[in-house]
Design a binder for this molecule. Sequence first.
Ligand code: URA
Length: 272
Amino acid sequence: MQNAAEILEWYINAGVDEALDDEPRNYFEAAEPAKTVPEIVASAPEPVKPRPAARAPAAAVPASGILSSLAASIAEARRLADEAVTLADLEKAVREFEGCAIKRTATNTVFADGNPQAKLMLIGEAPGADEDIKGIPFCGVSGQLLDKMFAAIGYDRERFYITNTLFWRPPGNRAPTNDELAICKPFVEKHIALINPELLVLVGGVAAKAMLGTETGITRLRGKSYTYRTPYMDKEYNTAVIYHPSYLLRQPSHKKATWQDLLAIKTLVSSS
Ligand code: URA
């Protein structure tokens, strides 16, 4: 029984968490193709056919197919983000968007939580298993730590707004791909403009790299302030970068640095 639970957990962690049929199907019971013993008949050797030349253009077909669908998905996200006038428009557009494949394996679209009027806007990486089930960003274990961190400087979800760089859970909690980040980016850019925060906080290396367009690691990015520009607003947003709470759960020694970052964040937001 214990083994079965472990196997089930392994499947869930690998992203195999969707039932495809109402009834379980045993694929091992499928009829095997008849094994025929090849008849050995003496015959004149076949003339050797010249091998087809390496088919570079054929290999390029699927690649360009993927590329064009990626380009089409980004273009569609951009068009929808351009069109969204209100936050409700943007949320509807994201929920109806079909251009990001991970939506198909996700249970829910995870759009945002918190106060849209807040001065502080947090952007994390992507929903995890708890967020996928509830449809709320940062509602699992790492979200609980994040809430405690911000509560320590006087900010609860009534005083900040929170979203992610992706709106759907990558299967098995794998890292977001560059394509997924590129597809969701127009929505995230419009999201920032519609919230129009006083300070943007990028939570973790993935969000920081994606939004700041850098390859620099989180250890070097945190502890400094940045300006961020969205194509949807003619202004620069003060931006801070902090360690992701799930990283802090694994590496608690970085909590001290994060406390300093939180104190700095507090000074960057006006108190009124
Ligand atoms: N980690 C994130 O980056 N975002 C969530 O919403 C949950 C966990």
